[in-house]
Design a protein around this ligand. Sequence first.
Ligand code: FAD
Length: 318
Amino acid sequence: MKITEHIANRRGKTLFSFELLPPLKGENFEGISQAIDPLVEFNPVAVDVTYHREEIVYRERPDGLIEKRTIRKRPGTVGISAAIKFKYNIDVVPHLICGGFTREETENALIDLYFLGIDNILLVRGDNPAGEKVFRAEPGGNYYALELVKQAVNMNRGIYLEEEIINANPTNFCIGVAGYPEKHAESPNMAADIVHLKEKVDAGADYIVTQMFFDNADFFRFEKACREAGITVPIIPGIKPLSLKSQLSALPRTFSIDLPEALVREAEKCASNQQVRQLGVEWAISQSRELIRHGVPCLHFYSMGKSDNIRAIAREVF
Ligand code: FAD
């Protein structure tokens, strides 16, 4: 079922979804099951599975020369999404990215998802490969998420890349895109970022999931600005419970977000990461309760593959 249908049928209830990473190459489904099993009782409407582009690595060859190679450490997004859907009978939202794909490869991935009966996709530009500061698209690939959205919307209308395919079978994907309550790192300002977000919605995106934020005021400001800009689709807040002291610097660096002073002060007092994890749970419970009172359609949790803290939050708020 589509995320938008779940939202339309929710009868005032706040829905629950969470995001997983596909296993590292060589691992099996067990880690995924361990992450999902403890959360099943809270009736998640969907599990998102992220997409990871290839990384550039430099290896010394036996002859001493340095060789540049690309490796994809977490392949399998499509396969894992299908495995989750069939094992748990839960809707899945595989992410697809621009980076690393030609438009034809994107089309083929969407055809696989269509044949697997997957109803939802989340379309993003994709992170830069590790060690690269500037985003690089494949030759013949999409650059902005907007182009990816347009491609998927075309397929929903039966328009594929090959011009000789006339009256192709239309796909029927519900399309999610990313939004940034503290603006995207590369955007000159929030207004410009929202202009580009609206372009994705006008092109046919059905809903928005936000980047993590730790101060609900940022979400409320963002949501208001989106509505004032004429964006009417559902906006789903993304929540990440703080879980390690090192994240006090890693999260702002990686995701271009601010951490509230009060949270940082409390985290710095923690004597162990176990205490930080507990603090992160309490902070996320309080964020979630306020967002539910505000009337958000769904709370989306960034689990990073570990679900004990998400479970502790879900027990309190759902
Ligand atoms: P875009 O919408 O393309 O925007 C990128 C930047 O370009 C923004 O600053 C935007 O304002 C600007 N822009 C857009 N259009 C134009 C234009 N026409 N002219 C000038 N500027 C423009 N990354 C992964 O690698 N895999 C994942 O699975 C993944 N999942 C994510 C899920 C969520 C909910 C979120 C919030 C992020 C996710 N990311 C993922 C990270 C995401 O790929 C990065 O944040 C990326 O840098 C931007 O993606 P986007 O889709 O928002 O890009």
